[in-house]
Structures are given as structure tokens and as C-alpha cells.
Write a protein that binds this ligand. Sequence first.
Ligand code: SF4
Length: 338
Amino acid sequence: MTGGTADLLDARDLARSYMIRRGLLGRSTAVRAVDGVSLKLARGETLGLVGESGCGKSTTARLVLGVEPPDEGVVRFDGAAMPRSGTSAWATLRRRMQMVYQDPLQALDKRLTIGTQIAEPLDIHRIGTPAEREQRVAAVMAEVGLQPHHAGRHPQSLSGGQRQRAVIARALVTNPDLLVCDEPISALDVSIQALVLNLLMDLQERSGMGMLFVSHDLRAVRQISHRVAVMYLGRIVEEGEPDAVLHEPAHPYTQALVSAIPHPGKTASRVILQGDPPNPANRPTGCAFHPRCPVATATCRIETPDLKPRTSDGRRVACHVAHGEASPARAPASLETC
Ligand code: SF4
């Protein structure tokens, strides 16, 4: 796969915190969900954003769409600063930036027919005459593989795969430049997942839209992405081409994620991470991954590694050891054969 060249999306140093309260009378604490994330996306390109649940990838998706404003940092879409959410400028821009959610049943209204819901963005943005809208809905339904009779059905009478096709059709009906997919296949049967991934790739090929694909599923990300960014506790820790990152992960956290992918019939080395995922409200000092990292050094507990290109291959990694700035404290003792 080859991506485009011009930047469609340019997000710099995004940060977002939320206040959470422990218990009924507990004190409120600020949790930094996204902490200095920068990313770019070109037309025709797919960036896969991966990480465990709670790593900040969905918050990042909302920030780049402007659904909520960052506390710090800027988002530029097609060369211009993202307008504030709720303004008429942002509402106008939304027709060019659409989102596909994880659970199609929740994303759709059970009371409305599929055809009505696919037409909604055209109605909201007052695009075309009623006859043109009808034609466009029929065309986009055909594009995603829905039959004309599905237009009159309600979401609950469709299969999971058909529902997600309807959600994708609704997102694409305005011909967006950017599609953000937040775990778009995780609620689907395994047999349907590959079909939806292929559909998204076909649609992108035809339309040239940029795609931000948020997922915890490394295999799906590898299949669909031109570049992949791995997030841990609100930060990107590794970024590069999927084959390079997932074949030879440079960051110990990516190594652990990759080693956890099951390979039927193969004996693989698995990196067993120590300890629990850290509490975002109590972020570890230095490298946030150090309490779980099998090769952490004394430096890692004090100094936060920057995300920067490695001299050897240019891949962006945030790790003192991967950059040769520190020697691994020990051979990874937690490497086990599974
Ligand atoms: Fe591990 Fe240190 Fe690299 Fe963080 S900086 S991933 S603790 S080796």
C-alpha cells in the first residue's frame, strides 16, 4: 500500500485531562488521558492507532475530530485550524470528517429505518434535492454492499455485519475527506471482520479519503494501515510502517503486544509484562512504562524518553534503550515460551 502526500490532518502536542472523583466523598483528581500526542495523516493514507483499553486512543480520535477541544495543542485540518466544537464553522466541516463507532447497534436509532438514517447527514447539511439525496443513499448502500430492500428495514432486523455496513454508509454519504474508525470491527463476528476491513480498504482506494483506524487488534491494524502508532498511557511510544513495527518492534511495550498475538501451531516467545497497567491518575515518573518494562534502567525511572527517530532506521520510538542511550538493566528475564 502507498499513502498520499499532502497533510490532511496535522495534530500537534495534544493533551487532554479529565477530573475523576473516587467514591462519593472522594477528592477529584486530574487524569491526563492524552499527553503530548502529535500525528499527521495524508489523503489516501490510513494511520492505525493501537494500544490497550484506556491508553487514550479514543480520546485522541475525538480530539482530532474536534468533538472535544484539547487542553493543549492544535489540530489543523486541510491546512486550517480546527474550529471549536459547536460553532457553525465546525458543523460545516463535519460533513468532511465522519466517524464509525464500535457498536453499530448503539450507533443506530432502532426507531428509524436504515435508509432514513443513512440520509441523515445529507439532511443535516442540506446537501442536494430530495431526489438527489435518495439517489445518493441508494448509491452509497450499493457501495457498502447493502441491498435496496435494506433501506426500509430497522437496525434490529439486520445482522451485525449489515448494521456496520449501514453505519459506514451513513459516514460516507457526504463523501468525507477523513474517516475516523473507533474499534469498528471489535463488536463483529470474526467471520465478518475481514469483510468489513476489506470494504474500508476498497472504499478508501476509490475515494482517496484519509483514515484514522483506532483498534486494539494488531492484526487488523497491520492489514489496513500504511503507518501504525502505538499508544501507552496517553502517549505515542512507537510509530512506523506496520510491517517494520509489528515484525521487529523496537519499544518493549510494542514487543509485549506483538508477542501476545496468537500464532496457531507456532511456538513463540511471549513477553510477559510484570505488574498491572498503571493508574493514569498516578502516572509513574520518567518513562511511564518502567514499572512493567523487563529492561528498565535507573534512567528510565527519572527521565521521560522523547518520541524521536532512531538513527538506524528512522522509526520513531520513545525509549532510552531502543535509542542506545541506556543499556538494558538485564536480559529480559520475563521472556517466556508459550
Ligand atoms: Fe523500558 Fe526504559 Fe524503554 Fe521505558 S525507556 S520502554 S522503561 S527501556
